[in-house]
Design a protein around this ligand. Structure first.
Ligand SMILES: Cc1cc2nc3c(=O)[nH]c(=O)nc-3n(C[C@H](O)[C@H](O)[C@H](O)COP(=O)(O)OP(=O)(O)OC[C@H]3O[C@@H](n4cnc5c(N)ncnc54)[C@H](O)[C@@H]3O)c2cc1C
Length: 463
């Protein structure tokens, strides 16, 4: 019997009993409003299902095909775009979570696709293994993170989907398939970043490396120094990212590198900087900006002058993520890596010229190119530029302005973050767009996995 609209603590016998470190996310019920993390997407699904086996996933997909119904998949709801939106059936794999198999020889782990990255990090650590890179939060599900091309930073490191070596999915037509770069390669390259439009990803095999420690260093530098040293910074650090503060010429530079040093003591100062300064104080200031947008310039300059300077050593999976307690809306663009400096200067000039009321810093990262058909990093080493706006403050005009700049640099939007592109306009950015849709149409001929947002994005209806 398939659990519908409720959570159950039962695990199937195939599931690992190791999954004890992370509670399932808040249960969602039918006729209850579902909202994404920022609250910008909401819907009322007719039914919410939590399968506990692959057979149950197949059962739901087959029923959708028989009855002409549609199905959307949700991980942790941390995408800003309407990917998850449905008024029909919503499926969560919260009960298909944990490690299925580890190979120490191949340094791989096969995991249930509903596993949350935070739990996965600890489970892998118990086996002396780690993911080679992560983004700046770890609450996403494995399937959700790879499906939108989620990435961290580092010129030698690809998006999280590049860590995937094998996928098992229930296609939109109900067929269960396992594929890899050597076996059914077209399906694999299409599924790796597929926005939940080809099949329900149920199992993922990840390429791993031995567990490692990183030293994190945060410093305050000028924009000119940061941009003039960018090539050196990129090449000489495993991970580099920087935050540019609107209306200021100060930059927060974050670097992370492998180290043999012992893990730092986590004292009050770390907690104060990470949680109090970066979240509660910034949250209070953001509330002031929402009430009085004229304050944004002052708050941005104040934040720039209070950039934390310091270092910390920890195991990689514990260092990548930072708590994000202040809610915002976000757009992020991928452009060819060589355009980072020119693009960021244009964005800062645009903000000042148009007097945009924004106090959130602009986040800048680098990612190695890949061969995944719908990955924004397809075929090019990439720079990522992300703009944010405090929840409840108007963001559309700002994001439109930044998008126009990114388009001039050949920008491709992050699939999980807000953007205004669709159809032929976005298809032209992806050499494998046609190949992707050929695979998708075979895998899901009845369009069971499509919602209105995806139909517009894919150019099947007018944008
Ligand atoms: C505070 C915050 C910080 C973020 N930081 C980063 C960052 O550092 N780097 C970055 O690149 N992105 C970042 N993101 C974006 C985020 O990583 C992506 O949007 C990611 O897809 C969210 O994962 P999720 O589990 O919440 O998936 P959801 O948002 O729930 O779903 C994402 C997509 O995956 C599909 N999906 C879910 N489960 C399955 C399944 N089993 N099979 C097939 N498809 C499935 C969904 O249908 C949807 O299309 C951030 C977002 C927030 C809110």
């Amino acid at each position: 019997m398939l659990p519908v609209n409720q959570q159950t603590s039962e695990q199937t016998s195939e599931q690992t009993s190791e999954l004890t470190t992370h509670p399932a996310s808040q249960p969602i019920s039918a006729t209850q409003t579902w909202r994404n993390w920022s609250g910008v997407v909401e819907c009322v699904p007719q039914q919410v299902v939590y399968p506990t086996s692959v057979d149950q996933v197949v059962e739901v997909v087959q029923r959708c095909n028989r009855e002409g119904r549609t199905l959307r998949l949700v991980g942790s709801g941390h995408s800003f775009t309407a990917l998850v939106h449905t008024t029909d059936i919503l499926m969560s794999l919260d009960h298909l979570a944990g490690i299925i198999e580890i190979s120490q020889i191949e340094q791989t782990a096969t995991v249930w696709a509903g596993t949350k990255l935070k739990a996965l990090g600890e489970l892998l650590f118990n086996h002396g293994l780690a993911q080679e890179n992560l983004g700046d939060i770890n609450v996403q599900s494995v399937a959700g993170a790879i499906s939108t091309g989620t990435h961290g930073t580092g010129v030698t490191l690809g998006t999280l989907a590049t860590q995937v070596v094998r996928i098992t999915a229930v296609l939109g037509n109900g067929e269960v398939v396992t594929c890899s770069a050597d076996d059914n390669a077209d399906l694999f390259h299409a599924l790796q970043v597929s926005l939940g439009s080809i099949g329900v990803i149920v199992q993922v095999t990840l390429r791993l490396i031995p567990a490692y420690r990183l030293v994190y260093e945060s410093s305050r530098v000028t924009l000119d120094d940061c941009l003039s040293q960018l090539e050196d910074l990129k090449q000489n650090n495993r991970h580099i990212e920087f935050y540019c503060f609107p209306y200021s010429r100060t930059v927060q530079l974050k670097r992370m590198n492998r180290t043999d040093s012992p893990v730092s003591d986590h004292g009050f100062k770390d907690y104060f900087n990470k949680v109090v300064m970066e979240n509660y104080v910034f949250g209070a200031l953001s509330g002031c900006c929402k009430t009085a947008p004229g304050l944004t310039r002052t708050v941005s300059r104040l934040s720039a002058s209070s950039v934390p300077v310091g270092r910390e050593v920890n195991w990689s999976h514990r260092l990548f993520a930072t708590p994000r307690l202040v809610r915002f809306n976000e757009m992020e663009y991928n452009i060819p890596a060589e355009h980072m400096a020119a693009a960021i200067r244009e964005v800062l000039e645009y903000i000042e010229r148009e007097r945009i009321a924004v106090h959130f810093p602009i986040e800048c990262r680098f990612v190695r190119g890949d061969d995944i058909w719908l990955s924004p990093a397809y075929g090019r080493d990439s720079a990522y530029i992300a703009v944010h706006m405090y929840r409840g403050m108007p963001y559309e005009s700002y994001f439109h302005g930044v998008e126009a700049i990114m388009k001039r640099f050949g920008g491709r939007p992050h699939w999980g973050k807000l953007h205004y592109r669709a159809g032929a306009d976005i298809a032209a950015q992806y050499p494998k767009w046609g190949a992707f849709h050929a695979v998708r149409q075979t895998a899901d001929a009845n369009g069971v996995l499509l919602n209105d947002y995806l139909r517009r994005l894919f150019g099947e209806v007018e944008a």
